[in-house]
Design a protein around this ligand. Structure first.
Ligand code: DAT
Ligand code: MG
Length: 147
């Protein structure tokens, strides 16, 4: 299996409830390495740009209002099979349907406020990492084992 990267967001609800540290510790315990990280407060336009693929869907306005209501923590994470493994660790989109022990089950309140974001495939991960991080902010892939 290939070493991959994925984009993780600890969403406003989880940051507001001071769950960011527990979530980061869990991700490290699951074998993810932090390649870039920052805390930012998105504007409404920035949230809409990130979720552009969902524009026009019924939950789009609610989603972008939520994602821009308070700060988030954004991470570029690396491990073997990172995209799929990360989505297993966060669990299903709806916390009510997420498996026991997953991050969304533990920390999410509803399908809208579900504590964490994860890229859905490697091509999406590359776009999402580039959306939040300039090249110099992310450890180069080629030297990943040395950094
Ligand atoms: P995921 O975040 O699991 O990739 P998604 O890409 O389908 O899920 O949707 C992006 C986010 O939009 C999701 O994390 C929460 C919100 N969302 C999705 N479906 C929703 C719904 N039916 N009602 C409210 N919010 C929803
Ligand atoms: Mg998605």
């Amino acid at each position: 299996m290939a070493l991959e990267r994925t984009l993780s967001i600890i969403k406003p609800d989880a940051v507001e409830k001071n769950h960011a540290g527990a979530i980061l510790a869990r991700l490290e315990a699951e074998g993810f390495t932090v390649k870039a990280m920052k805390r930012i407060h998105l504007t409404r336009n920035e949230a809409e740009g990130f979720y552009e693929e969902h524009r026009g869907r019924g939950f789009f306005d609610e989603l972008c209002a939520f994602m821009s209501r308070s700060p988030i923590i954004v991470l570029a994470l690396e491990r073997e099979d990172a995209v799929a493994r990360y989505r297993e660790v966060i669990g299903a989109t709806d916390p009510g349907k997420a498996a026991e022990g997953t991050i969304r089950k533990l920390y999410g309140a509803s399908v809208g406020e579900n504590a964490a974001h994860g890229s859905d495939k490697t091509s999406t991960a590359a776009r999402e990492i580039a959306y939040f991080f300039a090249g110099y902010e992310v450890s180069p892939v080629a030297s990943a084992s040395a950094s």
